[in-house]
Design a protein around this ligand. Sequence first.
Ligand SMILES: [Zn+2]
Length: 505
Amino acid sequence: MAPRVAICGIHIESSTFTPHMTTAADFTVLRADDLLQRYPWITHSPIPGAEHAEAVGEDLSIPLVREWSEAVEWVPVLHCGALPGGPVEPTAYSAWREEIVDGLREAGHLDGILFDIHGAMSVPGVDDAEGDLIRAIREVVGPEVMVSASMDLHGNVSRALFENCDLLTCYRMAPHEDAWICRERAARNLCELLISDSPKPHKALVHVPVLLPGEMTSTRIEPAKSLYGRIPEVEQRQGILDAAIWIGFAWADEPRNKAAIVVTGTDAHAVEEAALELGREFWKVHSDFVFVAPTDSYPSALDAAIASDKRPFLLSDSGDNPGAGGADDVTVTLAELLGRPEIQDGPVTALLASIVDPAAVAACAEVGVNGHVDIEVGGHLDSREPGPQRVVGVVENLVDDPRGGLTAVVRSGGLTVIVTTKRNQYTTNEQFHRLGMDPRDFDVVTVKIGYLEPDIFDLAADWILTLTPGGVDQDLVRLGHRRIDRPMYPFDPDMADPQLIIVTG
Ligand SMILES: [Zn+2]
């Protein structure tokens, strides 16, 4: 009989330093056949980002019909995924946890579970949310079922998560161009072990006392590039199945938030040795991580952008990056753009993408395209200074966006502001084209983002990562973590070299 593999998981990254609360409505929820359709190996499709396979040590020639996937019976249970945001409403989390547990109980005999998660979900009142979820899952499926977790490298590996999963892997690229390669690897390793009736692999976990923002740990630059570049070689070794390095999630305050290494394989000694080796390698470079681009305060960066002849000049509003959990309505950058005469009345054109404010969008919809508006924008979710900003201008476009809901393009002097109904992030050319605009037509483009996603990176003639305040402030030490393990770099910059400890299973 074919091995039966259930699929379940909740995928979100939650900043606990933002006032935003993620509700059930923020999630895309997939069940039954819709859930199966999510996975390219089930639909016989190529994986998105397949061109990066070689860079992360994977085979480029993945057939459309994967034998390992055909040889198992997939059992869809539940998958919920949302844009990063604030903590998840406890009622939403408990309802889904119950649905997953019930679904697994009713699924009958199971051999495996693909646990499709991010790894940085926060739920008020629940420490280590993914650990809580996997413990609840184990209670119903028992210890024998083989569980394979696919995670974001910005997730956290707690002891509970490690102990209750048999295979754990994460992305090897930031930006996460290999997200689907990673999910496929997690599924394939699981299925191949089940099909060959192999015993559970050995596994080893090494935590590294480092907690850094993603903007300092992009795998496009050193030292993360070489650190992650070690993985394919380690994975090639005899007795090693998978090696994974987690940066961890910096914008939450729990003891589990830190970097981690997990190696799995058939040779216990090789697995432990590789985990320790990668852990030591990580620690060796811990103080070499730097921001992925030049950094500055927003006002000073805007001065530089206005004065530059590089067009478009990109400024990332990193402290309010909704892609990491920011509220998406902090007005620090909007206020500065509105206050610049060079932009309001002068020769410089600027674009701000984007800011969430459903009431402002409704006011734009009321007057329609080409209508004049006098509205207050932003500063409602995250009320930090300078708060709502008055924007007087013309509505240039109104478009229904699949992610941002009804979206208004408002121009005030030389400044164009994209205002959305739902939190959204502009990462692709297509999103701008949908609004009838090209970011290349502007002199200065401000995006609520940290490191630039590929399309935006390609269009930027120059770029400064601005260290703005917000729920995902890049200056971690000023956020005031209280519950993370100490000592921890960079919170204790002069800490002694740690004794790295191996946990096995
Ligand atoms: Zn991530």
